[in-house]
Design a protein around this ligand. Structure first.
Ligand code: SAM
Ligand code: SF4
Ligand code: F3S
Length: 462
């Protein structure tokens, strides 16, 4: 469908003065990708990005529903936008997109009359049409539900932006139904884009100067998009095909589920140079009892075995993870098991959260909800350990020579900031001319969140 939805409008609209678009993005990388796609689909209608909501004719909040705080932020932001809109005598269109839009579209309409449009993650390709309908109906509010996954086909291939790195969604949705999580309800069932579509988008990115892509999916390693021969591909095979694209030197992917870490993907980490040695592999808890209650469908031993096999294939693999503390029924002993797992695995970085009770999820109705104080105490203890491991990882890199992909200018004149293969930010003086290039850097010092290094000719770079 819908080529017409993304082609430039004719007549008066095409000649109209540029309109300004402000998108505020919450949540995960997929929302960042989606926000860029929304800007792309609106560009032919004359919408150019602006940096502040005050300046904008059209404001989109691209929202996240994963924890209560993230969802509540949307309503406070909408309160501010309402005042702004009144100050402009109503000359501002406000849309709510993303996972809160999907989960509680009607609640948004009820709580905030200034909202003109609610649009769920599967309907962004319909934005131009929805906008026109909103304008015609003068404030009629329009929601959009799950549609078949034709949005990727209908979104324009030509993309804005001029970065060196880019996100590329290859898989969306989740069939895992962890008992704490809203994502299967907000993003729908697992669905993978065909290989040819992913390759076309990647070629476009490479032609624009992108050197590194991060493949995105809620369960990216469950990728099974249709291949050229009509059979399902795997993420590993997709990575091999992407690595053939001239200019595309680095491939990352996120987020992976331990149960979908297939043999061919593990092997690819040992064989495919473009596949970076950094893997986000969330485990959530180190307690078998809690993993069962979470419906994660694997235990701690399986996770340890997996980590061993991955490190065997790629000995310098850095691991990252997600953890939830204070899940219903979690005892101090369960929590100790999580700390033990973290000590055993040794993470290069990780995200950790206090459990947030999400309406409609099975865990919300479980007995033994942990009180806030105990949850916060556990979170502090876990984060102290994870911080220590991150510092240790960075400190151990000092003295090594590594390849850095330079992404942007640094704060000091002549300086540039790039990433090591292990996703560490590296600041290098005199490297401004190398943005978009990969060059060997000798790491000299580790700070809290980044490293400092110097350009070198060394051939020993990883
Ligand atoms: N698909 C990914 C996986 O399986 O790990 C994660 C997706 S979720 C968007 C990102 C992280 O948010 C999860 O890994 C989990 O740690 C956290 N999260 C999800 N629901 C949560 C909740 N109800 N409370 C606290 N953290 C939560
Ligand atoms: Fe949520 Fe679990 Fe699916 Fe990840 S695998 S998105 S945590 S339900
Ligand atoms: Fe949030 Fe939706 Fe991503 S709930 S984490 S924006 S998939």
């Amino acid at each position: 469908m819908t080529e017409t939805l993304v082609s430039p409008p004719d007549g008066d609209e095409a000649r109209a003065a540029p309109k300004r678009l402000f998108i505020k993005t919450y949540g995960c990388q997929m929302n960042v990708y989606d926000s860029e796609r929304m800007a792309d689909v609106l560009r032919p209608l004359g919408y150019a990005p602006t940096d502040t909501a005050e300046d904008a004719d059209f404001v989109i909040l691209n929202t996240c529903h994963v924890r209560e705080k993230a969802a509540e932020k949307v309503y406070s932001e909408l309160g501010k936008l309402r005042v702004m809109k009144e100050g402009k005598a109503g000359a501002m269109t406000i849309a709510v997109a993303g996972c809160v839009a999907q989960a509680e579209g009607e609640e948004i309409m009820r709580r905030q009359p200034a909202v003109d449009l609610v649009v769920g993650p599967q309907a962004y390709h319909q934005l131009p049409e929805l906008l026109t309908r909103t304008a015609r109906a003068r404030g009629e509010r329009i929601g959009a539900d799950f549609a078949p996954n034709d949005k990727f086909d209908a979104l324009p291939v030509a993309r804005g932006g001029d970065g060196v790195t880019a996100f590329l969604t290859v898989q969306e949705g989740c069939d895992k139904f962890c008992t704490f999580c809203v994502v299967p309800y907000t993003r729908g069932a697992e669905w993978s884009r065909p290989v040819a579509h992913v390759l076309a988008e990647a070629r476009e990115l490479a032609a624009r100067g992108v050197r590194e892509v991060t493949l995105l999916g809620q369960n990216v390693n469950a990728y099974d998009g249709e291949g050229a021969d009509g059979t399902p591909s795997t993420l590993a095979r997709l990575a091999y095909a992407l690595a053939e694209i001239p200019g595309l030197d680095r491939i990352r992917y996120t987020t992976s589920h331990p149960n979908d870490m297939s043999d061919d993907l593990i092997a690819a980490h040992g064989e495919l140079e473009a596949l970076m040695p950094y893997l986000h592999l969330p485990v959530q808890s180190g307690s078998d009892r809690i993993l069962r209650l979470m419906n994660r469908k694997h235990g701690r031993q399986k996770y340890f075995d997996l980590v061993d096999r991955i490190r065997e294939a790629r000995p310098d693999m850095a691991l990252s993870g997600d953890f939830i503390v204070g899940f219903p029924g979690e005892t101090e002993r369960d929590f100790e098991d999580t700390l033990k797992l973290v000590r055993e695995v040794n993470y290069a970085s990780a995200f950790s959260f206090r459990y947030s009770r999400r309406p409609g999820t099975p865990a919300a109705a479980m007995p033994g909800q942990v009180d806030r104080e105990a949850g916060e105490d556990r979170l502090h203890r876990l984060q102290a350990l994870l911080d220590e491991q991150r510092h240790g990882f960075n400190a151990a890199s000092v003295g090594k020579t590594v390849n850095v992909l330079f992404e942007r200018p640094g704060r000091h004149p002549g300086q540039a900031v790039g990433r090591s293969p292990w996703l560490q930010a590296v600041h290098v003086d005199g490297a401004e001319g190398l943005i978009g290039e990969i060059a060997p850097v000798r790491l000299e010092a580790a700070g809290n969140n980044s490293l400092r290094g110097a350009l070198t000719d060394s051939a020993e770079a990883a």
